[in-house]
Ligand binder design. Structure first.
Ligand code: SAM
Length: 252
């Protein structure tokens, strides 16, 4: 097991990936009553069941409200990279998406996502994968790709403004550019990729200097035809003094 560059999450090696895929496949044979008991003992990143949004990054439904205001999911093929417990996979299906694939690097989280989906009678597909190698078929495209609060975990620091502007973080910038190109390759022509980037500030000076539109220039230089800053969403109050959580729409 290795860690993400952010050191926040475990990433599976090849053997763990194989075992994780088998265990995830077996989750569908678990009776719903047992799945319910299992869910009651879990802690969630997303606000799915009784999670106190102030103890996490915020109320996931508020993030979804900010996205759904800009994105039409009706009849769309949706990919959610780093889907965690699958809250947005289920929300996309409820908003009319025709097909939803949620990918995450942690099989345990995907088992939770699978149980939650089943408990609501919904059928997204879940796959174990480590972005950018997420195991989709070569050339497979999606009308909408969600990459929410994931990209910064590929970087050594959470301060996106420093990554974009400080030559000391040029390796992270290279990783960012590779990731944006990989995202671009997953979006169908006419489609959109919604990216969430948390900007973490060291002090007031770094907060004041952050220019969110700088990221849109990176997005366009990595092959998207256009990009827009959608703005922040109403995340947990305790974090707002040190972070902005900015949503971007990147068009192909
Ligand atoms: C901060 S959470 C965000 C979850 C969700 N996207 C949201 O916005 O509520 C990051 C998620 O991405 C997953 N993750 C981290 N690095 C990943 C990678 N390289 N590939 C796939 N998933 C990853 C983690 O396991 C975790 O579930």
């Amino acid at each position: 097991m290795r860690k993400t560059a952010s050191r926040c999450y475990d990433l599976p090696n090849t053997a763990e990936m194989l075992v994780g895929k088998i265990l995830l496949g077996m989750a569908r044979f678990v009776p719903l009553c047992i799945a319910e008991l299992y869910l009651r003992r879990q802690r969630f990143y997303q606000s799915v069941r009784g999670t106190d949004p102030e103890k996490t990054q915020g109320d996931s439904s508020k993030k979804w409200d900010a996205i759904i205001a800009r994105c039409d999911f009706e009849g769309k093929r949706v990919l959610d990279i780093g889907c965690a417990e699958g809250a947005f996979c289920l929300a996309a299906l409820k908003s009319g998406a025709s097909y939803v694939l949620g990918v995450d690097s942690e099989w345990r989280t995907l088992v939770i996502a699978h149980f939650l989906a089943r408990s609501q009678g919904l059928k997204p597909k879940f796959g174990l994968g480590v972005f950018p190698n997420i195991g989709t078929e070569k050339g497979e495209h999606f009308d909408c790709v969600l990459c929410l609060s994931v990209l910064h975990h590929l970087m050594s620091i959470g301060d996106m403004w420093l990554i974009l502007t400080d030559p000391r973080y040029s390796k992270d910038l290279i990783t960012l550019r590779k990731s944006l190109r990989a995202l671009r390759a997953l979006v169908t022509v006419g489609g959109v990729c919604i990216i969430e980037i948390p900007y973490k500030y060291r002090d007031d000076v770094s907060r004041r200097s952050a220019d969110f539109s700088r990221f849109t220039h990176e997005v366009i230089s990595c092959g998207f035809s256009d990009a827009k800053v959608l703005g922040t969403w109403e995340s947990a109050a305790r974090n707002r003094s040190i972070k902005d959580r900015v949503l971007y729409a990147s068009y192909v």
